[in-house]
Design a protein around this ligand. Structure first.
Ligand code: G3H
Ligand code: 13P
Ligand code: NA
Ligand code: ZN
Length: 328
């Protein structure tokens, strides 16, 4: 059944677990997520970016999510707009029937230019005002995602700041977070702690200097009743990088956010954990392997099935590690 983000995250906080929020762009991802949730008995957050809407088209995306609700009516499911960068994007998501929107006012409408605190408060508060009248939840973001190693945001396409960021921008300030939540009344707050979108987060396994889990503890201590959200939280499994490269890929050395560190975040108020890249890596590895092992195969169902299996296993692992399994 369709539920709001607030409903799921309140339950997660009460029972001390976290929820992976997987990005969805196509049928294979949707099926992988739903099969994993069904097998593990987990509540589901599926989220669509503006890029997903451009790729699949709004009606297809909407109906993918509605199909999930129809086939798995016993699972609570949130339809979430990921990284809305304008009031219009959030409004359109509500019109499409989404039960949750992210108003990401940390970046301008281009999804690239860092904004100021006052702009962020103003636009987020406005979205909260109309979303709440529709029973729709709102996630806000304070702080700019980016690498504490390089000062860069990571991905060139999609959502991410361009140009060099300063260290302070990339770590959400606990006092400012408290003021932001009070001023906007958001249901969940995305924070910046050194993660970034995409496969290239860290050039070495992260340490306390590059992945600021301690900052989560400080924000949670100041805002114990606010649901925190971690973006850029793919773990970038080394075995998938190895497989992709074994079958002709060219992915340089790179590291993601270890699952154990996410679990530590969940102990300190993180309730929603955004994951897109790990499913991309699993799908790419599985399809490369299928092509390598069976070069005469031309039925897309055969190799796409391999991608569904691979993505489903990633989803199962995250539902289990974050404590969401059995909570549906
Ligand atoms: O914001 C980052 C998510 O991974 C979505 O990526 O904008 O390429 O769909 P996208
Ligand atoms: P990853 O690129 O680490 O999967 O992050 C996804 C995300 O934050 C979507 O909003
Ligand atoms: Na989001
Ligand atoms: Zn994100």
């Amino acid at each position: 059944a369709l539920v709001s983000l607030r409903q799921l995250l309140d339950h997660a906080a009460e029972h001390g677990y976290g929820l992976p929020a997987f990005n969805v762009n196509n049928m294979e991802q949707m099926r992988a997520i739903m099969e994993a949730a069904d097998r593990t008995g987990s509540p589901v957050i599926v989220q669509a970016s503006a890029g997903a809407r451009a790729y699949a088209g709004a009606p297809f995306l909407r109906h993918l999510m509605l199909a999930a609700l129809e086939e798995f009516p016993h699972l609570p499911l949130v339809m979430h707009q990921d990284h809305g960068t304008s009031t219009g994007v959030c409004l359109r998501a509500i019109q499409l029937g989404f039960s949750s929107v992210m108003m990401d006012g940390s970046l301008g409408e281009d999804g690239k230019t860092p904004t100021g605190y006052d702009y962020n408060v103003g636009i987020t508060r406005n979205v909260v005002a109309f979303a709440h009248t529709c029973g729709v939840s709102v996630e806000g973001e304070l702080g700019v995602l980016g690498s504490l190693e390089t000062g860069m945001a990571g991905e060139e396409d999609g959502i991410g700041a361009v140009g060099k960021l300063d260290h302070q921008q990339m770590l959400t300030d606990p006092e400012e977070a408290a003021a932001f939540v009070e001023a906007t009344e958001v249901d969940a707050l995305a924070i910046a702690i050194g993660t970034s979108h995409g496969a290239y987060k860290f050039s070495h396994p992260p340490t306390g200097d590059t992945l600021a889990i301690a900052r989560i503890r400080q924000i949670h201590a100041r805002l114990p009743n606010t649901h925190l959200v971690m973006h850029g939280s793919s773990s970038v499994p080394q075995e998938w990088l190895k497989l992709i490269n074994e079958y002709g890929g060219e992915i340089p050395e790179t590291w993601g956010v270890p699952v154990d560190e996410i679990v530590e975040g969940i102990r300190h108020g993180v309730r929603k954990v955004n994951i897109d890249t790990d499913l991309r890596l699993a799908a790419t590895g599985a399809i490369r392997r299928a092509f390598g092992q069976n070069p005469s195969e031309i039925d897309p169902r055969k190799y796409l099935k391999q991608s569904v299996d691979a993505m489903r296993n990633v989803c199962i692992a995250r539902f289990e590690a974050f404590g969401a399994a059995g909570q549906a």
